[in-house]
Design a binder for this molecule. Structure first.
Ligand code: PGA
Length: 231
């Protein structure tokens, strides 16, 4: 399974040094993708697979504060999260920008981990399919079929992220089936409050190819239990 760890804006220099040692000492057969902050990518120097949490829509050039896909590639970054709901909300990231980011990543042979997910209001208004279809179809616009299947999709209901609440298995299965209609060959992750307790419920869902973990990525003892319970 794919286990992507989203550190978000956490772990300072010294903290990260001991964190990465702890993470490397966990023995697991899963594919672990560590997504630290940009600064910690430079310090990772690890046998783990590394992902970023974002990428620029542009190539190298006069774009102050941005990090390009070619720069990420030069630091051996193999994956990049794009379209996380926190960026969609706080940075006002649009589906069209996410599409440009995915194109930059694919051009540089970096695997996009595309986050999509509905808000609670959208779920209550019965708009889940519509919202996810829009997010997904614009994100993959004008991308060749052979490239589409390289994209990993992470279904992260916004109301689940950091709240401790997860959808029912039926709700997740329903959404995964919709995603599969659009990108049948993509791997699909679940993200949003997945932890060492609710994994017992989540693992009943056969369609899940892996997990995107936020809070749990910072709690190595609990992450270890999560990984042990996965199968
Ligand atoms: P969470 O975050 O596991 O803390 O809910 C997941 C995410 O935002 O990717």
């Amino acid at each position: 399974m794919i286990i992507a760890l989203n550190n978000k804006s956490n772990l300072e220099k010294i903290e990260f040094e001991s964190y990465i040692k702890g993470l490397e000492s966990i023995s697991t057969e899963e594919t672990i993708i560590l997504c630290p902050t940009y600064l910690n990518i430079g310090a990772a120097n690890s046998s783990l697979k590394i992902g970023s949490q974002n990428v620029s829509i542009n190539e190298n050039g006069a774009y102050t504060g941005e990090i390009s896909a070619t720069q990420l590639k030069s630091y051996n970054v193999q994956y990049a999260i794009v379209g996380h709901s926190e960026r969609r909300e706080y940075q006002r990231e649009t589906n069209e920008e996410i599409n440009l980011k995915i194109k930059q990543l694919l051009k540089n042979d970096i695997t996009p981990i595309l986050c999509i997910g509905e808000s609670l209001k959208e779920r209550e208004n019965n708009q889940v399919k519509e919202v996810l279809k829009e997010e997904l179809s614009i994100a993959i616009k004008d991308i060749k079929e052979e490239d589409k299947k390289k994209i990993i999709v992470a279904y992260e209901p916004i109301w689940s992220i950091g709240t401790g609440i997860i959808p029912t298995n039926e709700q997740i299965e329903e959404v995964f089936a919709e995603i599969k209609k659009i990108v049948p060959k993509s791997k699909i992750l679940y993200g949003g409050s997945a932890n060492e307790e609710n994994i017992e419920q989540l693992k009943q869902i056969g369609a899940i190819d892996g997990y995107l973990l936020g809070g749990l990525s910072l709690k190595l003892e609990k992450l270890k239990i999560f990984l042990q319970k996965l199968h």
